[in-house]
Design a protein around this ligand. Structure first.
Ligand code: PMP
Length: 367
């Protein structure tokens, strides 16, 4: 990795250098056929091969059971948290759904679902998105059509390190920002979706993995492009799919496979985030991560500098200094402020070490 710029952005995020080089090499002439993937018909045999290879790699990496469909759709994570209630809230006549709201993204998803049915927020509204209330305090509705949660809240850095037990109720998860960052038992879910632009590619494609028996229950007002039965029935080709983004995702999946799969990603992600959290925790309150230790994200590490609510001048100094050293996109989300280091799969241990070293130096100079 010869690039001097270290990208800690929350998404679209860093891609593996080898993937970019391969895409560059193939940009003008894919596989000797004389045209670019950008110019290829989505119904051509060459593109069909790209789709099939990509799907097979994903099935392999996640051990996706046979009775699950995989789709590559447009509309992003937001498109999918809108599609979920349209497709699934009618699974039971009552049209109720349970939502675990642990941050911005699950809050937005719950708001969207309210348009189509009754939404039960499982635990009392949190004053701040810094923890996941203990499951013993949740009030799950046994007759809900599904339970929804966001596996990693990108803005607040809150990540589930367990799969909620919802008994017989279908479980749905937004894994946009920790997809393929660790192994996951797909069979525990009715549906998983993930935008590609953080861990598995570039913007434009969203992966949807859905259990077959849940198809065909969409509300009649569901737009056809969001209808899972239609999209699954057409192998994601009801309309033109995001071809180039799917191709890039295929390259990234191959890279993950060649680098040891999800188990290896998990090891590296633990190591990278561990380095940063260790410095925060050993800084005597100079760096403050407000998130409960039990649910700290390995993907997005948010922290403030100088005091609990952040010393903005000091934080600016930190960001300016980082930028001079080539470390970019470390600014926290505008809704929370401070710093956020995103450490997705493509961010190397070496990248994280450079950041850790800088944090140590900054601490010494300013504490
Ligand atoms: N869910 C999560 C967890 C996200 O991080 C994001 C984007 N940051 C979204 C959903 C929305 O994705 P999109 O912008 O692709 O609609």
């Amino acid at each position: 990795d010869k690039k001097k710029t270290l990208n800690f952005g929350a998404g679209p995020a860093k891609l593996p250098q080898t993937v970019l080089l391969e895409a560059q090499k193939e940009l003008l002439d894919y596989n000797g056929i004389g045209i670019s993937v950008l110019e290829m018909s989505h119904r051509s045999s060459d593109f069909t091969k790209i789709m099939n290879t990509t799907e097979n790699l994903l099935r392999d990496l996640l051990n996706i059971p046979e009775n699950y469909k995989v789709m590559f759709l447009q509309g992003g994570g937001s498109g999918q948290f809108s599609a979920v209630p349209l497709n699934l809230i009618g699974l039971k006549e009552d049209r109720c759904a349970d939502y675990l709201v642990t941050g911005t993204w699950s809050a937005k998803a719950a708001k969207e679902a309210e348009k189509y049915g009754k939404v039960n927020i499982i635990h009392p509204k949190l004053d701040s998105y810094t923890k996941i209330p203990d499951p013993s305090s949740w009030t799950l509705n046994p007759s809900a059509s599904y339970v929804y949660y966001c596996c990693n809240e990108t803005v607040h850095g809150v990540e589930f390190n367990f799969i909620p037990d919802t008994k017989d109720v279908i479980l749905v998860s937004d894994m946009s920002s920790n997809f393929l960052s660790r192994p996951i038992d797909v069979s525990k879910f009715g549906l998983i979706f993930a935008g590609a632009q953080k861990n598995v590619g570039c913007a434009g494609v969203t992966v949807v993995i859905v259990r077959e028996d849940l198809l065909g229950k969409a509300l009649k007002e569901c737009p056809v492009v969001l209808d899972y039965q239609v999209q699954a029935g057409n192998n994601s080709l009801y309309n033109t799919p995001p071809c180039f983004s799917i191709y890039i995702m295929g390259l990234v999946l191959e890279w993950i496979k060649n680098n040891g799969g999800t188990a290896a990603m998990e090891r590296l992600n633990k190591e990278k985030s561990g380095m940063i959290y260790d410095i925060i925790d050993g800084s005597n309150g100079f760096y403050v991560c407000p998130v409960d230790v039990k649910c700290r994200s390995r993907m997005n590490v948010p922290f403030r500098i100088g005091k609990q609510e952040g010393d903005e001048a000091l934080e600016k100094l930190f960001l300016d200094g980082a930028s001079k050293l080539g470390m970019i996109s470390l600014k926290g989300h505008r809704s929370v402020g401070g710093i956020r280091a995103s450490l997705y799969n493509a961010v190397t241990v070496e990248d994280a070490r450079v950041l850790a070293e800088y944090m140590r130096t900054f601490l010494k100079e300013h504490q």
